[in-house]
Design a protein around this ligand. Structure first.
Ligand code: SF4
Length: 234
């Protein structure tokens, strides 16, 4: 599949989304307004899968969860748990580094009103499937929301009946990968307290426990990476 894929940045397979991006480029010349590529180490152990770029967030900055409210809780949590060199992601060139972590989306183009259609989710799954196939090192996957959960299953050619989405759920997949579920860290979910900071942190506690017990991941490795990043920067 990867060898036959249209390069992500050139993809126009979803006419509605391609037209929406055309309009955005005309109206907002400073915006990225293209499909948004994953961010972070392609060989990372932890892969985080969101829904789709936000219009004024990733669609503007070109980096997932960057530029709008959706990334506030995510990046502060990644930093708290040793997966990011800083607690905020400001722009695609701000020097932030992820540590043994990669962030992607189920749908790579911003959808109107943040709502991709079923066919668009299905069409774009070719890219997520390719990312999953190309990164066997991603032993732990965090799905942010039901759409991301189902997209991961589709990308791994698993039936939805394999496991059901629930916030805080932990699923061992047939190939040994572990899928964690969380409500999406959107502004709506956090402001309505459907997702609280402690509840989100609890998901990362479970992920960190898996990394330490199953994958010999040590916090010292994160600390070393952070130190190396600081030295490189200075
Ligand atoms: S959503 Fe995915 S498949 Fe659809 S046009 Fe964008 S990159 Fe292509």
């Amino acid at each position: 599949m990867p060898s036959t894929l249209t390069p992500l940045l050139e993809c126009r397979a979803c006419p509605r989304l391609a037209a929406f991006l055309d309009d955005c480029r005309r109206e907002r010349p400073g915006y990225h307004a293209r499909p948004v590529e994953p961010f972070g180490d392609p060989k990372a152990t932890l892969l985080i899968v969101g829904l789709a770029p936000g219009y004024h967030g990733a669609n503007r900055s070109g980096r997932p969860f960057t530029g709008d409210y959706a990334g506030v809780l995510l990046y502060s949590t990644l930093h708290r748990f040793g997966f990011a060199s800083r607690p905020q992601s400001v722009s695609a060139d701000d020097g932030l580094q992820l540590i043994d972590c990669r962030i992607t989306n189920a749908v790579k183009c911003v959808p109107p009103e943040n709502k991709p259609e079923t066919g668009e989710i299905r069409t774009c799954n070719r890219f997520l499937a390719s990312e999953l196939a190309a990164s066997p090192e991603a032993r732990i996957i965090l799905a942010l929301g039901l759409v991301a959960h189902n997209a991961v299953l589709q990308g791994l050619t698993l039936q939805r009946s394999t496991c059901k989405f629930a916030h805080g759920a932990r699923h061992v997949l047939p190939d040994g990968r572990i899928l964690h579920d969380s409500y999406h860290c959107s502004r709506y979910n956090t402001q309505t307290r459907r997702l609280t900071e402690p509840a989100f942190h609890a998901v990362f506690e479970a992920i960190r426990a898996d990394l330490k017990t199953k994958f010999q991941w040590r916090l010292t490795s994160a600390s070393s990476a952070l130190s190396a990043a600081a030295v490189t920067k200075n």
